[in-house]
Design a protein around this ligand. Structure first.
Ligand SMILES: [Zn+2]
Length: 93
């Protein structure tokens, strides 16, 4: 039954991101984004925009046209909200 256990575990890991819609970011990119935002917001107030997120996406060649609408759908409307509710949900799921 080793196989079953592995399978169960893998499918749970795979579902390990918040929403059910297509994820435009790999899990590792999301984790990196959290780190990046934490560092940036330690030094700057959130501007109630995706200013920092956009800088991260641009410097990593990621498509903000797909990522930002996804973040909004997940309930994050600015950089600091990504580290709030969104991060919590993303890590829980
Ligand atoms: Zn904010």
């Amino acid at each position: 039954m080793q196989l079953n256990r592995n399978f169960t575990r893998r499918s749970r890991d795979h579902a390990g991101t918040t929403p059910s819609i297509d994820k435009p970011l790999a899990n590792q990119d999301v984790v990196d984004l959290f780190d990046y935002l934490e560092n940036a917001l330690a030094n700057h107030e959130c501007e109630h925009s995706f200013h920092i997120t956009e800088a991260y996406l641009a410097s990593n060649g990621l498509n903000s046209n797909r990522v930002l609408p996804w973040l909004r759908k997940c309930g994050a409307n600015c950089d600091c909200e990504i580290l709030g509710d969104f991060e919590f949900k993303w890590r829980q799921s």
